[in-house]
Design a binder for this molecule. Structure first.
Ligand SMILES: [Zn+2]
Length: 686
């Protein structure tokens, strides 16, 4: 008898005593089990995990690559500094003296010299006072301030000081103002900005060459309460450069100040919290998206030229899709500009995306494929809603932007390419969170700690990926209609208005749509860390009086971290030879037993078949990979397939075979299948 036949024999006769002894001897030779993979094609009908495994592992690997690509991810723009500062004791205790005002419009002239890497600006700020008895105004500034005056030309006193490493300009008002009053001042600034600013923490704000890109707060003094402002700026840059901005470039005229420069008139008549520009030797292309348009600034090379038409259409499709689920796109245009890789990441500024070269060129022989590029644009365009239109003032919850943008991306991709994209992404993000975030580095999505994460890989895995999984979890639990309905209402209430939301308000909107408390998701998954662990045992029971088969499922619930409790509505798919029946039960006790009648013959149990929750499922019967109640040939095939697999490093890793959850399928895991081969859940007891 050949080895191959022996294995088939084991598979065929696994429940027979003689087969078990015979097979047991053979099975000890590890190399033999690898041959079991030959059986996979014939057993594929049962081997659901295996069909999905290569795709899932590919997903994990691709996402890890993406994390590494963004490894030098810095916090984005001056907005990140604000969020950081708001968590500091002085602002928490004496916020009033810093949250003095909010700008409502910026206007003036700016000259940028990319060669000298210098900027000079003459900026008028109009705004309103937020606190009574305000006699001075505080601004964050990133250039030297050379003068402050009233619009009438009266010089105003000002001082410079440091706040947690960031320069703060304080302007004394001629007389004290009260809440609701307006003010106007004119500030002159100049100098060479520190683009990779490391005050309290590292922030990327600008670069000068070969592409010029800049957070406009480099030259627009920034209020510490969020500005919500329009802009009308005349920006001079050297001739030959094309300017892209959050506002619309209305016209280009020769500069009066310098004959080698041109003045670009940028009008942003819609208010935003943040704004940016980029400039270079660009090609510009545009398609209509009535009543708005899509514009694209690309570098002059054949790669970019080839990709541009598809990118324009992609952007339009994505915007239209989000309008359907989140509410109207309210900016008058959407544009994207290609920038250099030193930005470290793509940025989703209001009405303008910055896309680094290597990400823009995905799918043209560079890293990744066209799908990755579309997914990236879908993430950045998700930011147009979260937070550009739907503004968050929650200083503890970057996931409201990043988790929602990432969810938007995988939800869009699922719609565009199908093929289980969303479920694959959610499953891979869940596994990455479970395996690659050590408990001592984990932090709740909404928390003080989330603002002090130094490891950008951990930050990505938690704030972006777990954030996306929890967003999807909320959608699955309350249903698409309620979920998107709540987000549309949020959009109606705050988009383009001087209104903000935070984690608490988000929960309120969702609960109103759901009709009941969502504490059971927010408490354990948003305000705490970890995930539930379910030890599951299944037993086939005698048929009931109706002659139907019955299965008993015992669930023992624990948690990956002490002190976090998960009371979740968990779905169980009872898979039989005639189909699958799904039962959703509230698992709110540490031990629960369910008995379900079913048609046909019981094959296996699938816990959370739609992958709604981050969780770990462990069979009580050691080695029962597919939770069928017995360790049989199928478990052996899974074991053989996954043998030597590692999380993030191989195509064949299966978390269901990783009984000790150490991230690799080693001899210890395999022995659980081999040593217990033929055992049933009856034998291990209940
Ligand atoms: Zn993002």
């Amino acid at each position: 008898m050949s080895i191959c036949c022996s294995l088939i024999c084991c598979y065929m006769s696994n429940s027979l005593k003689y087969g078990r002894v015979f097979c047991g001897v053979l099975m000890k030779a590890k190399w033999l089990v690898l041959i079991a993979s030959l059986l996979i094609s014939s057993a594929q009908a049962h081997a659901g995990y295996i069909e999905e495994s290569p795709k899932l592992n590919e997903h994990i690997e691709a996402n890890l690559k993406r994390v590494r690509l963004l490894m030098d991810l810095r916090y984005k723009g001056a907005q990140a500094i604000l969020r950081h500062l708001r968590n500091q004791p002085i602002l928490r205790q004496q916020g009033g003296s810093f949250y003095t005002h909010r700008a409502t419009s910026f206007s003036g002239d700016v000259i940028i010299d990319p060669q000298a890497q210098s900027v000079s600006a003459h900026i008028r700020i109009d705004g309103k006072i937020l606190e009574s008895q305000t006699d001075s105004l505080a601004f964050l500034v990133f250039l030297n301030v050379t003068g402050v005056q009233t619009p009438e030309g009266e010089q105003l006193d000002f001082t410079m000081s440091e706040l947690y490493g960031y320069p703060v300009l304080r302007v004394t008002l001629p007389q004290a103002k009260n809440r609701g009053d307006t003010f106007s001042i004119v500030v002159d600034l100049s100098g060479t900005p520190n683009c990779s600013y490391s005050g309290g923490f590292q922030v990327n704000l600008c670069a000068f060459s070969p592409i010029l890109y800049m957070d406009m707060n480099i030259f627009l003094p920034m209020g510490l309460a969020s500005d919500f402002a329009t802009a009308d700026l005349r920006i001079s840059i050297p001739k030959g450069m094309t300017l892209a901005a959050t506002g619309i470039v209305q016209g280009v005229t020769p500069s009066n100040a310098n004959q080698d420069y041109e003045e670009h008139h940028v009008v942003q008549d819609f208010p935003t919290e943040a704004r940016s520009l980029s400039a270079g030797s660009y090609d510009y292309s545009r398609i209509p998206m009535s009543p708005q348009f899509v514009g694209l600034y690309t570098t002059k090379d054949s790669f970019s030229e080839d990709i541009a038409p598809q990118v324009l259409v992609d952007i339009k499709n994505i915007i239209r899709f989000y309008e359907g689920i989140y509410g109207a796109y309210l900016f008058p245009k959407i544009e994207a500009s290609q920038i250099t890789d030193d930005a470290g990441a793509a940025f989703g500024w209001p009405a303008l995306l910055w896309i680094p070269d290597s990400m823009f060129l995905m799918g043209s022989g560079h890293y990744g494929g066209e799908e990755d590029r579309t997914a990236l644009f879908a993430h950045e365009l998700g930011h147009q809603w979260f937070p550009d239109m739907n503004k968050s003032n929650d200083p503890l919850a970057a996931w409201l932007s990043e988790g929602f943008a990432e969810f938007s991306s995988i939800y869009y991709m699922d719609n565009a390419v199908g093929n289980g994209y969303l479920q694959g992404a959610v499953e891979s993000y869940s596994l990455m969170y479970r395996y690659l975030v050590p408990v001592n580095q984990d932090y709740p999505l909404t928390s003080w700690q989330s603002q002090y994460v130094s490891d950008s890989m951990i930050y990505m895995l938690v704030t972006y990926y777990k954030g996306a999984v929890v967003t999807n979890m909320l959608r699955k639990v309350i249903g698409d209609d309620a979920f998107f309905g709540a987000l549309k209402k949020l959009h109606d209430d705050i988009a383009m208005k001087e209104a903000y939301y935070d984690t608490y308000k988000l929960q309120q909107y969702l609960e109103q749509a759901y009709g009941s408390s969502l504490d059971f998701i927010f408490m354990p998954f948003v305000y705490n860390i970890g995930y539930p662990i379910y030890e599951v045992n299944v037993r086939r029971l005698e048929a009931g009086e109706d002659g139907k088969g019955r299965v008993e499922v015992k669930v023992k619930r624990t948690s990956s971290v002490a002190g976090n409790k998960f009371d979740l509505p968990m779905s169980f798919g009872v898979v039989t030879d005639v189909g699958e029946e799904v039962h959703t039960e509230l698992v709110n006790e540490d031990e629960k037993t369910f008995v379900w009648a079913h048609d046909g013959r019981f094959v296996r149990l699938r816990v959370d078949p739609e992958r709604v929750f981050i969780k770990r499922v462990v069979p009580k019967l050691d080695g029962d990979v597919d939770i069928s109640g017995e360790i049989d040939g199928i478990d052996l095939i899974y074991g053989a397939w996954a043998y030597n697999g590692q999380i993030g490093g191989s195509y064949n890793f299966l978390s269901s075979v990783d009984f000790d959850a150490n991230g690799k399928i080693d001899d210890k895991d395999l022995n659980k299948v081999l040593d217990n081969f033929g055992k049933t859940s009856e034998e291990v007891g209940q």
